[in-house]
Ligand binder design. Structure first.
Ligand code: 5AD
Length: 370
């Protein structure tokens, strides 16, 4: 490994695998701060001073998958399952529009039955029709987070959205280490998910015209700095437009017994180093400050923005169902009212010196440049 001064390393625009591992592993407070400052400056220079909002709507917690880390996996029978009505989702979308959010994210458990696929299509058509306006001629921006689907389904949803070239999709790879991925998604004798299928899904999304987002969990049991370095390389290889990633947090409803990083402070620092380093390697992408950061630490998302994030995803799901969307323990925001107010978000963003990008779609610059 190299011994060049950190200041020299931070001024680079190309990074070796060793450079990346070194940045990820920083623990000295002054060195961490130098990395943070550089990532913040690169963000300003390459993506501007705006932080964009995606109003997150947790549409349904019904799931056919059994991801071992996740509290809403199929075999967790202690969760009460729900699906919001079309009316209440459209009401959330209109609320987001009037608050100036510019875009929403529609998230649910993974389902592939034809009725569900068709229902989502109808929902997208309606959201588009009801949100086209003078400020947003394409209607609200929409990010889908609905798991692995086929190319045909992605196509159908893109067309239904009325905005086939402006639609986005988030599909995390969770980990690029095939062994770790298999551990996270398999129970004895049963491979629930296959990493290669996830990559195929991401290629299909690209081909179907989406802005493609992915990401990983940070601090997984057995995960090394080399794994995280490979994750960043993988984001680059697939040309990701957006990244959403956060710390791995244990979940009562999960069935993983192996423990991740139990101490909050080092886990938080690792997650922040991962955000900053990803920003340095991929300067012009959108990076979201995950809710899981907020779960580890009050104002976690403020720290995310200060470390290179330029997107936040306030939860605008109706209060009544939030507690049932418990992906992990003590998920932040389950106690806040549905009237998630843009003033709260403005406060968070302005604490960092950034401005809130109101009434803007906030597309990824990397995608726009393509
Ligand atoms: N800790 C942190 N993140 C989690 N997710 C699911 N379970 C957990 C957990 N225990 C994340 C996954 C998934 C996203 C919707 O939520 O990365 O892609």
């Amino acid at each position: 490994t190299s011994t060049k001064p950190l200041s020299e390393l931070l001024a680079q625009t190309e990074f070796s695998d060793d450079d990346i591992v070194r940045l990820l592993g920083l623990t000295d407070p002054e060195e961490c701060e130098a990395l943070r400052q550089r990532a913040f400056d690169v963000t300003t220079e390459k993506t501007g001073n705006n932080v964009y909002l995606r109003g997150l709507i947790e549409v349904s917690n019904i799931c056919t998958a059994n991801c071992r880390y996740c509290g809403i996996r199929k075999d967790n029978h202690t969760v009460e399952r729900y699906t919001l009505t079309e009316e209440s989702i459209v009401a959330c979308a209109l609320h987001a529009l009037h608050e100036g959010y510019g875009s929403i994210a529609i998230q649910a458990g993974e389902r592939r039955d034809p009725k569900w696929i068709a229902w989502i299509s109808r929902l997208l058509e309606r959201i588009h029709k009801e949100t086209v306006c003078e400020e947003l001629p394409t209607g609200l921006g929409v990010t889908l987070s609905l798991g692995e689907q086929t190319y045909e389904v992605y196509k159908e949803w893109a067309e239904a959205s009325g905005n086939p070239t402006g639609l986005r999709y988030l599909l995390r790879i969770e980990s690029s280490n095939p062994r770790l991925f298999a551990e996270l998604h398999s129970t004895p004798g049963k491979h629930e998910k296959i990493l290669e299928h996830r990559y195929q899904a991401l290629r299909d999304l690209r081909r179907a015209g989406y802005q493609v987002g992915t990401g990983v969990m940070i601090g997984l049991p057995g995960q090394t700095l080399e794994d995280l370095m490979r994750d960043i390389r993988t984001f680059g290889e697939m040309g990701a437009d957006m990244i959403g990633m956060g710390p791995y947090i244990t979940s009562n409803g999960a069935d993983m017994t192996a423990l991740g990083m139990m101490e909050k402070r080092p886990l938080m620092q690792l997650a922040l180093n991962m955000i900053s380093t990803t920003r340095l390697v991929m300067p012009d992408i959108n990076i979201a400050a995950a809710t899981a950061l907020e779960t580890l630490e009050p104002n976690g998302r403020v720290r995310g923005i200060r470390h290179g994030c330029n997107v936040i995803m306030p939860n605008i799901t109706p209060q009544t169902t939030r507690a049932s969307y418990q992906l992990y323990d003590n998920k932040a925001g389950t106690e806040v009212g549905p009237e998630s107010n843009v003033l709260v978000e403005r406060n968070i963003v302005e604490m960092t010196g950034r401005t809130l990008g109101l009434n803007l779609l906030g597309s990824s610059r990397r995608w726009a440049a393509r």
